[in-house]
Design a protein around this ligand. Structure first.
Ligand code: NDP
Length: 246
């Protein structure tokens, strides 16, 4: 696969968790990989080595997705040097759970800035270069089932992830005629650093499959959306949640 012209995929927030699993899976599928983290870290360096071990081309970028200027500069410098990405997985995200009555402004702002503004800060500078490259392409955003159904203690996160679905669907309309598909995945409870024991205890009883999802199970859906098999799927949301939403 991807032998004629190498397809490069940027995965934001791929030092750990779901992003790392997406990077490894897409590397195995034959894509060149651009890893990304907020700042240089041992985890990011390890992810680079893991992707390299698959035989894939790999490089890593670091920038804060909340910092509009920093993100634009890092991305435009990278594509000037290496050429435009064929695909993007917009995955970097955080949660800061607390009931709304007690939610400090920082918890609201940080979650909106990372999960929603981060979408603008990363995708907007790349849209015209992607269109101009005239190769089609794929954008997959990582939303959450919390954005689909709303979740107690996550008014900030549900708002950001619901808005991300709206942005994904609207952008899909703008790019459909360019053969660029734009879809979202909405994971449920996935075993990563983001979910602590308290979250698991509270939410697991509501998961029909009675287990957490694995990052690799989200990566499989992302890899499908990235693949030629999904060429006619756009403006969709795939839920990967063990039946939680249904
Ligand atoms: P992790 O906490 O394991 O990883 C988060 C990743 O995002 C890291 O690579 C981190 O980089 C990066 N990141 C966070 N903030 C920033 C920032 N400001 N700028 C740049 N990079 C940043 O999270 P998950 O793998 O669990 O989550 C990945 C995505 O999946 C998120 O969007 C999350 O909302 C979503 N999701 C997760 C679910 C779950 O149950 N785990 C469920 C539903 C959705 P660094 O290592 O440098 O900090």
């Amino acid at each position: 696969m991807c032998t004629k012209e190498k397809k490069t995929v940027l995965i934001t927030g791929s030092s750990r968790g779901i992003g790392r699993a997406c990077a490894l899976r897409l590397a195995q599928d034959g894509y060149a990989i651009v890893l990304h983290g907020k700042a240089p870290s041992k985890a990011l360096a390890k992810a680079v080595e893991e992707v390299k071990a698959t035989g894939a081309d790999v490089r890593a970028l670091t920038f804060d997705v909340c910092d509009r200027d920093e993100a634009r500069k890092a991305l435009t410098d990278d594509i000037e040097k290496h050429g435009m990405y064929w695909g993007m997985v917009i995955n970097a995200g955080i949660s800061k759970d607390v009931t709304f009555a007690g939610m400090e402004p920082e918890a609201w702002d940080d979650v909106i800035n990372t999960n929603l503004q981060g979408f603008y800060n990363v995708v907007q500078p790349l849209v015209m270069p992607m269109v101009r490259a005239r190769r089609g392409g794929r954008i997959v955003t990582v939303s959450s089932i919390s954005g689909v159904m709303g979740n107690r203690g996550q008014v900030n996160y549900s708002a950001a992830k619901a808005a991300l679905i709206g942005a994904t669907k609207a952008l899909a309309l703008e790019l459909a005629s360019r053969d660029i598909t734009v879809n979202a995945v909405a994971p449920g409870l996935i075993q990563t650093d983001m979910v602590n024991e308290m979250v698991i205890e509270r939410a697991l009883p509501f998961v029909p499959m009675k287990r957490l999802g694995k990052p690799e199970e989200v990566a499989a859906a992302v890899a499908f959306l990235m693949s030629p098999l999904a060429g006619y799927i756009t403006r969709s949301v795939i839920e990967i949640d063990g039946g939680l939403h249904g």
